[in-house]
Design a protein around this ligand. Structure first.
Ligand SMILES: Nc1nc2c(ncn2[C@@H]2O[C@H](COP(=O)(O)OP(=O)(O)OP(=O)(O)O)[C@@H](O)[C@H]2O)c(=O)[nH]1
Ligand SMILES: [Mg+2]
Length: 611
């Protein structure tokens, strides 16, 4: 146990966690020089979507040897939507490397992850990273980190954190900025010296708290976590103490630990080690594995609740089932339930309608990633606009989630951004000019944040950055005006023609191209005005004996508005759906039939008047 160290790498998004884990794995000799991995970047970002987006989505374990120490290391995501991943791994580790960008300093998620680490009693080492960059200001950043610790009420001992300066990219770390170093040696030494051995008890009965799950085709479910006490041997009888009080007897059929990024089968494991075990088919995150049914379960710190929700519905449109294989309510429901087993911050509930499910999570990106994964697996699904989850206070008045927002923008964009923020009901709490940059801090309803990032990118020509953090449930902030444009809704089904689209584009911006399959109720463009209007994008030019059918020759169509999945989710109105299939993203009205749609809108209006 004394030769084990269990650490997590935590930080705000993009401050260099995954690059640092890479560097530690490589320099500890975990990969041999001729292995392809030795040259690749951000190895831990092993999911396709992680590599494509350049961000970490799931927390992942790895391990390396340094001298005679076995160091278990967990890479975590820095994006706020995946905060649940950071929370769930805290019970595995005894120390953290808090990575802070030497240019940007601590950001919203730095505060969130540090708070979780301090609450978990983990020993922090502060790693000021990217000191190779031109804008690095490590001294200033260290002061800010110190202030951050203080504002989180760190104890004197916690305030006495060790500091390492590093460039994860160039592969060196130092204790003092002036030191010469071309390796990570000083960081390895700091981990061994400052992070305590695991908080675990060797002599007692076997107990482990499950922090992660994985599947193996031939072994079934693998439960990962730290052995809090005792030891485990393959073949040992064991019991799973479930969250609902049930007790399931089983036998440990295999044990794994980590070497590099690989899972290696071992015959037995001891207190303090992070391992995976098989043999428990319905074990979940947060449950306890132990030796006999008489034992008490280990405490599991509940994670923060979701703040937004969306509907997932069966694709009942005319093009439903054309390119996906998994399309029924049963398929979708099973897939969603499976997701909640490993994705602890997601919840799924059935609704009154058998073909609609409500999925809630921490942010639209978290749910968008799930939709994207489902598309790739062959699912088709309709997804609604994200809505925030309200609560009630003691008097029954509605409370809504309020976020603390941090924005950094160039000075010349200040006017438009401030105006935008005020229309989203943000209350500015701090505003600072430094050079030609402005930093703004505000309290803003989560509702108002939806779609803000896209605006920010547009209004600052990509130079603005933002981050946000859950602040509190507060009184409802009142109406926030939605999208200022309506939809151009097709009244016909068929194939879009250039001839017809040429006429449609007079009304607004197109979202489809000639040849696209269209159905009645599908959204084919954005109206320049606020209301929806019916259009016919499928009309063919009347045949004359002189020319062939309107084949589009000579017609100039503007390039269509193509939206990413995430953008589409924040764009659609509350009476609209995003239709996500393996090959297509289409927008549509929830009610496809025009007459029925009008009737529904009217009854909603009369209801509002009555209320
Ligand atoms: N110049 C410089 N760039 C770095 C350094 N460390 C990381 N980067 C770059 O910063 C970017 C983000 O690095 P990642 O390692 O993916 O950051 P992360 O913290 O894992 O990001 P998330 O997991 O999405 O929160 C990449 O483009 C890296 O190449 C460094 O020390 N110096
Ligand atoms: Mg990462």
């Amino acid at each position: 146990m004394l030769h084990i160290r269990n650490i997590a790498i935590i930080a705000h998004v993009d401050h260099g966690k995954t690059t640092l884990v890479d560097c530690l794995l490589k320099q500890s000799g975990t990969f041999r020089a001729n292995q392809a991995q030795a040259t690749e970047e951000r190895l831990m970002d092993s999911m396709d979507l992680e590599r494509e987006k350049g961000i970490t989505i799931r927390a992942k374990n790895a391990a390396f040897k340094y001298q005679h120490y076995h160091v278990n290391i967990v890479d975590t995501p820095g994006h706020a939507d995946f905060g649940g991943e950071v929370e769930r791994i805290m019970n595995m580790i005894d120390g953290v490397l808090l990575v802070v960008d030497a240019g940007d300093g601590p950001q919203a998620q730095t505060r969130f992850v540090l708070r979780k680490a301090l609450e978990a009693g983990a020993k922090p080492i502060v790693v000021i990273n990217k000191i190779d960059r031109e804008n690095a200001a490590p001294h200033k950043v260290l002061d800010q980190v110190f202030d951050l610790f203080q504002s989180l009420h760190a104890t004197d001992e916690q305030l006495d954190f060790p500091v390492i300066y590093a460039s994860a990219k160039l592969g060196y770390a130092k204790v003092q900025l002036e030191d010469a170093s071309d390796t990570m040696g000083p960081l390895f030494d700091a981990i061994i010296k400052h992070i305590p051995p695991p908080r675990a008890r060797a002599g007692e009965e076997f107990k482990m708290l499950v922090a992660n799950l994985d599947y193996s085709d031939y072994l079934g479910r693998i439960a990962f976590g730290k052995i809090v006490s005792g030891k485990a041997k393959v073949g040992d009888p064991a019991v799973c103490l479930h969250g609902d009080g049930r007790k399931g007897s089983a036998k440990i059929t295999a044990i794994f630990h980590f070497e590099g990024m690989k899972r290696i089968e071992i015959p037995e494991a001891h207190a303090g080690d992070i391992i995976g075990v098989t043999g428990f088919d319905d074990v979940f995150i947060g449950e306890t594995l132990t030796d006999t049914a008489e034992r008490q379960p280990l405490p599991f710190v509940p994670i923060d609740p979701p703040t937004i929700k969306m509907q997932f519905a069966v694709n009942d449109g005319p093009l439903g089932g054309l390119d996906g294989k998994l399309v029924t309510a049963r398929h979708i429901r099973e897939r969603l339930i499976k997701e909640t087993r490993t994705n602890v911050a997601l919840r799924v509930v059935d609704t009154d309608a058998p073909n609609i499910f409500e999925v809630s999570g921490r942010g639209e990106m978290q749910i968008a990633i799930l939709v994207e994964q489902m598309r790739r697996e062959g699912y088709e699904v309709l997804v609604s606009r994200p809505e925030v989850i309200y609560r009630k206070d003691e008097q029954g008045r509605p409370l809504e989630p309020i976020e603390r927002l941090f924005v950094e923008i160039p000075k010349d964009a200040m006017g438009v951004v401030m105006e935008n923020l005020s229309s989203r009901k943000a209350e500015i709490s701090d505003l600072n000019h430094h050079g030609d940059q402005v930093s703004i801090e505000a309290l803003i309803p989560m509702r108002g944040l939806i779609g803000f990032e896209t605006d920010l990118v547009n209004q600052t020509r990509g130079l603005g950055v933002m981050s946000h953090l859950f602040h509190e449930y507060g009184p409802d902030r009142g109406d926030i005006p939605g999208r200022k444009s309506g939809s151009l809704v097709s009244m016909e089904s068929g194939e879009a023609t250039a001839y017809a689209l040429n006429a449609v584009q007079e009304r607004g911006r197109l979202m489809v191209v000639p040849g696209d399959a269209i159905y009645a109720g599908m959204i084919v463009g954005e109206n320049a005005r606020e209301n929806d209007i019916p259009v016919n994008p499928c009309k063919a030019k009347k045949l004359t004996n002189m020319r062939s059918q309107g084949d589009g020759k000579g017609i100039q169509l503007d390039p269509p508005l193509k939206m990413s999945l995430e953008r589409a989710l924040e764009y659609i109105g509350s009476d609209e759906y995003l239709e996500a299939t393996p090959k297509h993203l289409r927008l549509r009205k929830k009610i496809l039939n025009e007459t029925q749609r009008k009737r529904a809108a009217q009854s909603r209006a009369t209801k509002v008047v009555k209320e």
